[in-house]
Write a protein that binds this ligand. Structure first.
Ligand SMILES: *Cc1c(COP(=O)(O)O)cnc(C)c1O
Length: 496
């Protein structure tokens, strides 16, 4: 290595011309504010073109390109083909649409670029404050712990990891799950999100030990069958240790009977975890606060701020009632991560002692800024509005003779299908899938889908602060129009 030659030509990655960067940055900001403020004028979704796909399938770049040219490529090949979740008529899966200050907060966080894991710097205190605010929102005690993560999946995984490592006196961190002496079993309803399956697998418990308890007509866990399963497992020498309640199932928004589940957990000495990925925040709404009150008694709760708090991706949260158990589940004190008394290496206990990640971005900043900007009541009002809109949509569907609602609407999710008398169930499934694909291709609205007791449902999950009542009118009108056309096509085919 020719050290002298290299050092004679030192460079960094900052621009030679900061003014050009400033101009480009201003341009981007103007463009993005236009983009957000005109979102309603564009289709909710459009297919990624062949040219764009080709552009996004290029070789690893070896030659430099100006930042301006790279931005042009972004505008041509990426920006026109969004997922759609910032659009007022996007209701697919469960996705938030972001807020403008949240977008700007991401810029600020990226500019400061702290790794929020260890050290005495402001971002550590912002993270800590946001966790305190989350505890207040969920009615968790002062001495509870928590951590911000990429989303609900990681939040649920983290909670189950803490629950597992807290089992009895077994030193599972040291000895592995075998130290428990017999298989640890977990209980949840059959409607439970797939990330719980992953969590159980990652915790080394084995998917066979996740007991999926059937649900009733309302898609709530069947308490009698739950108790029977726990009893049977104990009789068979298993070790029931954790129960996962749904505060808002992903399919229909069902809320499991939390009080009864909490009581069973106390009787059976089970860890009481609530997956409230979106639904936990509905606790802020007066009409649902009683039904969701028992979240306050949970050993842990997982919820997302990028779903029903509308913040930009990614940010989820897990709260753990006993912060010492959380710490005991993850803490390590390697020589290079020991906190000092003063200086940069002082500050709060490293966040890596409370979760799996070491490097962490400054995702708390957007939460901190947006909670201050709007105040908590504005979020409660927004969530309440989404629920009212879902009920409005349910009424529209119930009033439309060719539409059939397929589940109750306890929160913000509406499942329905188009129905014609001539079709059997299998045909209806194919018909509604085709209808949904055409609806997406129309660019007018984007519900998603699920299967409910084998029936294909179009599924509207409303965590959208940009939706208005009229958007649901448009959805129903468009589904009826596309459905009628499709029904004519299909009957022409069968008769012809
Ligand atoms: C979305 C969701 C999850 C997973 O959360 P991510 O943020 O997508 O990782 C878990 N449970 C439920 C009920 C959800 O709706």
């Amino acid at each position: 290595m020719d050290i002298d030659a290299i050092l004679a030509d030192e460079r960094g990655l900052d621009p030679a011309d900061w003014e050009a960067t400033r101009r480009l940055g201003h341009q981007m900001l103007d463009d993005m504010i236009d983009y957000l403020s005109t979102v309603r004028e564009r289709p909710v979704w459009q297919a990624v073109t062949k040219e764009a796909k080709e552009h996004l399938d290029r070789e690893l770049p070896l030659q430099p390109l100006s930042a301006e040219a790279v931005y042009e490529n972004f505008k041509t090949h990426i920006l026109p083909f969004p997922k759609g979740n910032i659009h007022p008529r996007f209701w697919s899966w469960v996705e938030g649409g972001g807020t403008p200050l949240g977008v700007l907060a991401e810029l600020l966080a990226a500019a400061m670029n702290p790794n929020v894991s260890i050290g005495d710097h402001a971002a550590m205190y912002v993270d800590g404050q946001v966790i305190e605010w989350c505890k207040t929102m969920m009615g968790f005690p002062d001495n509870a712990g928590g951590i911000l993560l990429s989303g609900g999946t990681m939040a649920n995984i983290t909670a189950i990891q803490v629950a597992r490592n807290s089992f009895a006196d077994a030193d599972i961190r040291r000895e592995g799950v075998g130290a428990a002496g017999a298989p640890l079993t977990v209980y949840a309803s059959s409607e439970t999100h797939s990330c719980i399956h992953k969590a159980v697998e990652i915790a080394g418990l084995g998917r066979n030990h996740l007991r999926l308890i059937p649900v009733d007509e309302q898609y709530q866990i069947d308490l009698t069958m739950l108790q029977q399963q726990i009893d049977a497992d104990r009789a068979a020498g298993m070790l029931p240790f954790c129960l996962i309640a749904n505060a808002g199932t992903v399919n229909t928004g069902a809320i499991d009977p939390l009080d009864e589940l909490h009581r069973i957990c106390q009787q059976e000495s089970l860890w009481f975890h609530v997956d409230g990925a979106f639904g936990a925040l509905a606790k802020l709404v007066p009409e649902l606060s009683a039904e969701l009150q028992a979240i306050e008694k949970a050993d842990s709760v997982a919820f997302d701020l990028h779903k029903w708090m509308y913040l930009p991706y990614e940010v989820g949260c897990v709260l753990i009632r006993d912060v010492q158990l959380q710490r005991a589940a993850f803490a390590y004190q390697p020589d290079y991560l020991l906190s000092h008394e003063r200086g940069l290496a002082a500050g709060p206990d490293p966040i890596s002692n409370y979760g799996m990640e070491l490097s962490r971005g400054f995702k708390s900043l957007k939460v901190w800024m947006c909670l201050q900007q709007y105040g908590l009541p504005a979020f409660a009002r927004q969530i309440r509005q989404n629920i009212a809109q879902a009920r409005y949509l349910a009424d529209l569907i119930d009033a439309a003779p060719e539409l059939e609602r397929l589940a109750a609407v306890p929160m913000n999710i509406v499942c329905f299908r188009y129905r014609t008398k001539e079709m059997d169930e299998a045909t209806l499934n194919m018909f509604n899938k085709e209808l949904l694909m055409r609806l997406h291709e129309s660019g007018i609205a984007a519900p998603s889908y699920t299967l409910l007791r084998g029936r294909y449902a179009m599924r509207v999950a409303n965590t959208n602060h940009r939706s208005r009542k009229s958007d649901f009118d448009i959805l129903v009108d468009t589904v009826r129009r596309i459905g009628a056309g499709l029904a004519r096509e299909w009957s022409a085919q069968t008769s012809g």
